[in-house]
Design a protein around this ligand. Structure first.
Ligand code: NAP
Length: 251
């Protein structure tokens, strides 16, 4: 069943989305769901052309590239414009997670995390906004983490929190900067989601991190994106999907 109607109802054009980090986990399911719901999608990751789950088609362009590089961001946005002529939605999903005791992070860890988790949304969002301003419409949804709101005793999360904490603040700032251009910015902050990112981790232990003691399902993130996409008065919002973890420190 289709979860939303076409955004460009007055022109009968298919809406167009860019999804970064689209080869795996959350980004992959978001891409598949957007395609099922009538979108054209430009899907990016460093290795997406090798994807077994996504095949290029009239409605899907696969763009390899390290999205932390401005050049890659430009190519992704150029592909959307060349193939589809507009951009209605950007989903900033590319991200990595390096967990170490704070004093053990190396300069390389720092640069990799800042690169992927911050530069990875910065440049592509810049390029997309330039186009959305011409359209006077658009929506940017970025994926943060609820660890930003509720760190855990003894958890080694300083660098993930440092990088991901920028996202809700960035989204709120841009929501205000571009409100008169008809562009919305929202954040989704999950708890621990059952994706390949945590394939080798102890799921029984991870479940206990949520007051509702199970992992978040990817479909629950996809549903939040659908909601945000349809909720035209929701702007600068941060939706936590964490079984209530952000609400309290003890459970
Ligand atoms: N899983 C969780 O529990 C959880 C919780 C909170 C937030 N999140 C956030 O949700 C997002 C998706 O996570 P996930 O669990 O779906 O992870 P995942 O399955 O590991 O997928 C990560 C995606 O990012 C891509 N990627 C990594 N570095 C990239 C780069 N430099 N340029 C372009 N693409 C890049 C990967 O593809 P390539 O390797 O091909 O580049 C892959 O498609 C991330 O931002 C993550 O921080 C996840």
């Amino acid at each position: 069943m289709k979860k939303w109607v076409f955004m460009n109802a007055n022109t009968n054009e298919k809406p167009v989305a860019i999804v970064t980090g689209a080869s795996s986990g959350i980004g992959l399911k978001i891409t598949q769901s957007l395609l099922e719901n009538g979108y054209c999608v430009v899907a990016n990751s460093r290795t997406i052309s090798k994807s077994k789950d996504l095949k290029p088609s009239e409605d899907l362009v696969l763009m390899d590239g390290d999205i932390s590089k401005k050049g890659a961001a430009i190519k992704v946005v150029d592909a959307a414009m060349k193939h589809y002529g507009r951009i209605d939605l950007l989903v900033n999903c590319a991200g990595i997670y390096i967990s170490k005791p704070f004093t053990e992070y190396t300069s390389e860890d720092f640069e990799t995390m800042i690169g992927t988790n911050i530069a990875g949304y910065f440049f592509v969002t810049q390029q997309v906004i330039a186009q959305m301003r011409k359209q006077q419409s658009g929506h940017v949804v970025s994926i943060s983490t609820v660890l930003v709101d509720q760190p855990l005793a003894g958890a080694h999360i300083a660098l993930p929190v440092l990088t991901k904490s920028t996202i809700p603040a960035f989204s709120r700032a841009l929501a205000m900067e571009y409100v008169t251009d008809g562009i919305r910015f929202n954040t989704i902050s999950p708890g621990v989601v059952d994706t390949p990112m945590h394939a080798k981790d102890d799921h029984e232990l991870l479940k206990k991190l949520h007051p509702i003691k199970r992992l978040v399902q990817i479909s629950e993130i996809v549903d939040a994106l659908h909601y945000l996409q349809s909720a035209r008065m929701v702007n600068g919002e941060n939706i936590r999907i964490d079984g209530g973890a952000h609400a309290g420190a003890k459970w």
